[in-house]
Design a protein around this ligand. Sequence first.
Ligand SMILES: [Zn+2]
Length: 71
Amino acid sequence: MPRYDFRCRSCGATFELRRAMAQANDPAVCPDGHSDTVKLLSAVAVTGSGTSAASAPPSGGGGCCGGGCCG
Ligand SMILES: [Zn+2]
């Protein structure tokens, strides 16, 4: 989930939130409770190339040792 940096214009504090991209433009509330915040353009490292095709999850079925292949 991407992180977004915000800055509070009431107290000047900066904070970051993890939220879905669909909620990126939703208003954020300062940790101190102020609602006058602005979203900063931070350099979020979005690695778009390379999907999960190369990293298949291990088959944790546990059926190996039952077949005698484990020794
Ligand atoms: Zn604040």
